[in-house]
Design a protein around this ligand. Sequence first.
Ligand code: SF4
Length: 306
Amino acid sequence: MEELYFTFAHQKRLQYGEKVYKLPVNLPATCPNRDGTKGWGGCIFCGAKGTGFENLSSSLPVREQLARNRAYIGPKYKARKFIAYFQNFTNTYFPAEKMYAYTREAAQGEGVVELCFATRPDCVGKEVLSAIREGAAGKGVCIELGLQSVNEETLRRINRGHTVEEYVEAVKRIQAFGFQVGTHLILNLPWDGADMARKAARLISGLKIDTVKLHTLYIEKGTELGRLYQEGQIQICSPGDYVQRAADFLEGLRPDISVQRLASRVPNGDTIFCNWGMGWWRIRDEICRELEKRGTRQGERWKEAR
Ligand code: SF4
């Protein structure tokens, strides 16, 4: 893979001199797009459990979650360095004092070299970023922003509650703090055409973000997206089309932006639709085969465009 695209594992090996593993941390977080501050009900694909299906209970202290996950992951992969990964819901949607306390506790975890917060572009004000900087006490910080689409109309339809411009402003604000920035995208949202992948690659390459995560759209039971799908109101592109879009995206992406994932990994039990019934690794392999067939790799078109 590493010769076709710049993997996250490779990026971290270059940064920290050895393999680095993520340890999930589950905070008692909610989301302004669910609690009425920004909107009710959340994004139309967001399930009641959020995305952290592998997480421990949020009632456990941060240090205990880290210790338990390290006790499992450390010996299994002979890992010594870790990223404390705050994954579920909106992990910077806390008052500054709480944000500082969570960050501080995680930064003191054994072997923790970096802290990573998944969040929304409208929840990274200067106050909260200052609290993270103080709490991190010199450890690496990455803020992963959910963007999902660079198409404003799609953002409106999926009820994201923020614009592309807010995302761009958030990236600049985070970078001014010296933090790394990650971006989550879904390349097969029903309202996005094939051109969206290239457009997204152009935008995030121009912003020089550090890492990107591609999700394939999965549809959970009980969501608004599930209703639209079951009523036949939306259609999802074929796996072949997704492979083309992901290959287009990688070709247009700066070669020094790492790629964390090319398809979603979700337990099938909770979903009505997921990865066309294929394993995420098979989709990744198909994308790599497509790049090989084209004789290209990550950044080929980005170089041409320059
Ligand atoms: S921003 Fe994230 S947590 Fe909030 S509703 Fe959307 S997907 Fe769910």
